[in-house]
Ligand binder design. Sequence first.
Ligand SMILES: [Fe+2]
Length: 162
Amino acid sequence: MLNNKVSSLINEQINKEMYSAYLYLNISNYYAEKGLNGFASWFRKQADEELEHAMKFVNYLHDEEEHVSLLAIEAPKHEFKDYKEPLELTLSHEKYVTSLINKIYKATLEVEDYRTTCFLNWFINEQREEEKNAHELLTKFEYLVTDAKALHQLDDQLATRK
Ligand SMILES: [Fe+2]
């Protein structure tokens, strides 16, 4: 059994990870509609990863014999003003997710639940990677934005990126 605050924060985090999947699937669909299939494929992969994150939290609650309560998933914003806006949104969203993970981490330390602290270490590292990727993509995009040919080269690179 987990501390109430820790288990409710993890339950909420399942919802946040599912929302992240929705957000990236929506961005993927946006780029697909614009014919930028590499960007679309990159964001589809991000959506898949977010679902995996949600499941890691679900599995953890099962392992701890905690109840999983699924909350309504908010619909993401549909329209973007330009190709850059989803990339900015991704970076700010990942920073927000980092702050949520940090909050759960802090709660585990407060109640000396070091097992959950250890479990969260994976997410702490993952967020470093997520923020780095989002920042890198935005920077590359800003650098190339005036050059249509370079934009399509970046799109091709993203199609095969793991
Ligand atoms: Fe995530």
